[in-house]
Design a protein around this ligand. Structure first.
Ligand code: BV8
Length: 238
């Protein structure tokens, strides 16, 4: 195993880290891909699209209620914890932004701060009537009332296919300033996240992919290491 690219005694100041389902796999959370794009016998496009929600809201609410409930049964793994260590250490050195495609809270529970959930979060609710967002840990199938407007119109605060991911301006600003872009545990199958490596490289950033196997975008990275995130990420960070 060749040494991981150094990050400390270098000119690297600004780091953007993109994480995907693969970083949570060793915590026991199914990846999109391992389920073959099927979650609980449903095509993800049926349960993760506005059309799917309009067609069968109960099916979608139950799908997310089940995933939300599962969160309390899993723990962050060594990869989440290593990124949290790097997050704390980097405070004095420059900027470090963790952009996650994941809707779980494992980065936060490992101690990372300022995590940007570009596809939303299981533990947040969005009111389809008034657009207010509120922390949410229960079940939406029971049609709880929106705290802001009282309507029984809460939906999962996640970005479905065809919907605009959150904080894209902030992400592109960070990619433009990045000296290093690291992608961890993502298949590079979903846009706009899959295009971030090109955005960062176009602005002169070095690029590194840490993934179980070569992703669809591996050829776009300057360096890659393949293996479980729980082993690769601590080795890269420490
Ligand atoms: C947008 C939240 C524009 C919900 C998710 C045609 C029609 C409509 C849209 C499109 C279209 N063609 C393209 C698009 C765009 C579309 C898209 O990219 N589609 C794909 C299918 C082609 N994208 C969108 O729609 C996005 N929005 O484009 O908006 C717009 C513009 C203006 C105005 C309005 C809108 C929104 C996409 C977000 C969808 N929501 N999630 C939920 O989670 O339930 S996507 C969801 O799947 C995840 O968030 C994640 O992004 C994606 C899964 O990807 P990964 O995280 O990479 O997971 P995956 O399983 O694929 O891979 C896991 C990897 O880990 C593998 O490589 C594996 O090898 C590795 N691994 C496994 N174990 C380990 C490991 N690695 C390390 N260690 C291990 N142990």
């Amino acid at each position: 195993m060749t040494r991981m690219p150094e990050i400390r005694n270098t000119t690297i100041r600004n780091i953007v880290i993109l994480t995907g389902a693969g970083i949570s796999a060793e915590s026991g959370i199914d990846t999109f891909r391992d389920a073959g794009g099927l979650w609980e016998q449903h095509r993800v496009e049926d349960v993760a699209t506005p059309e799917g929600f309009a067609r069968d809201p109960e099916l979608v609410l139950r799908f997310y209620d089940m995933r939300r409930a599962a969160l309390s049964r899993v723990e962050p793994n060594a990869a989440h914890r290593a990124l949290a260590r790097l997050d704390r250490e980097w405070e004095g050195r420059g900027s470090l932004l963790i952009v996650t495609q994941n809707v779980d809270d494992l980065h936060e529970r490992a101690g990372a701060t300022g995590v940007l959930h570009m596809h939303g979060e299981l533990l947040s609710a969005l009111c389809a009537a008034c657009d207010a967002r509120e922390p949410f840990t229960g079940a939406m199938l029971e049609r709880p009332a929106c705290k802001a407007c009282g309507a029984p119109a809460l939906r999962p605060d996640v970005v479905w296919f065809g919907e605009m991911p959150y904080q894209m301006e902030r992400i592109y600003g960070a990619l433009a300033r990045a000296d290093l872009f690291v992608s961890i545990g993502t298949s590079g199958a979903v846009y706009p996240a899959a295009g971030f490596v090109q955005e960062a490289a176009a602005h002169g950033a070095r690029t590194l992919e840490l993934n179980l196997e070569p992703s669809e975008g591996s050829h776009l990275f300057e360096e890659h290491r393949h293996g479980p995130a729980g082993e690769l990420v601590p080795r890269w960070v420490d």
